[in-house]
Design a protein around this ligand. Sequence first.
Ligand code: ADP
Ligand code: MG
Length: 362
Amino acid sequence: MRVLVYGSGQLAQMMYLAGCPLGIDVQAVDVNSDTIVHPVNKTLLESNLELAIESADALTVEFEHVPERLLEQAAKTSKLMPSIEAILVGADRVREKRLLDRLSVPNCLYQIVSDIEQLDECVAKLGDKLIIKASRDGYDGYGQWRMTDIAQLDELKKALSALDLNAVPLVVEKMLQFDRELSLIGVRGKKGEIKIYPLTENLHHQGQLHVSVAPALDISPALQSEAENIFTTLAEGMEYIGVLAVEMFQCGNTLLVNELAPRVHNSGHWTLSGSDTSQFENHLRAVAGLPLGDTVAKQPSAMVNIIGCCSFSRDLLSIPGCHLHWYGKSVRDKRKMGHINVTADSYISLGEKLEQLAQYLP
Ligand code: ADP
Ligand code: MG
């Protein structure tokens, strides 16, 4: 069994590692050179992409911004999971909003802007606190602008007028005062079976995920089940196969969907330590047509991203229940270099371990 993953970053690497014990060979497509590389050491495995596609049993993605010509080529084979439509929803905020509205999934109030002068209308409809998102190619807070005061409007218009908004419109959202950010990760198999992990709480800094805690604290059964209904509506609505991540904002007892990721997700890395079956294994099981694994959380877990640095003492591994996952990338500012998973018997103990961990990290 061979699975070809478009993208050769850490998510492909972790899918590869999950595939080893299952006897599933995961290979990565380097989308810059159209070649096949080893997902861990990145050595060249095959330079003919067509041949590799032919010999693969399943095709999948580790990121949504795969060039469309490659997705179209992959979609022709009927081996691509999730579907090209689902991947494009994740890559394009306008498509994403259309899908959420079509399936009546609650999301943030928004306007689509393809002419910069429409920003005035946005202010009239959404208020003067806005978050402006490029509809394509944004991630980790890149491709976003914030307006917190009407006095910034002219300057923003000036900055944004350099963009080709006909080609890439903006999605302008009302800036929400949410209680916290949650995500729900689940998996749907080829026969339509669904397994869902518990809600995860995510802490962001400058638009980038830093820490996840799972299961999120103080989640009522009603809220978990509301989140699961949203997941099921989306996964069934897209006839989705594989792991799907749904980012949400919690406002009181309400959940608003922020965005979808048609793939394994950073806020699901805790499943490597904290759940019976990791998101990576479940994604492979789904695209391989195998039974899905249990998604219960075995114990409270946290995931801490290591961002933009590689110099810290590996002695942090002396903290019980602490595991390092290093991606082997060259260091760059704001780049996710690795993550640490921590598990504990209780949330109090988890908090103590996180405090200990903080002493090792810059
Ligand atoms: P990406 O993760 O692709 O960069 P997001 O849409 O998830 O883009 O935005 C990044 C972060 O910005 C979110 O995790 C959240 O912290 C903040 N954010 C996004 N949309 C809103 C909004 N409408 N109101 C308030 N904060 C927001
Ligand atoms: Mg996001």
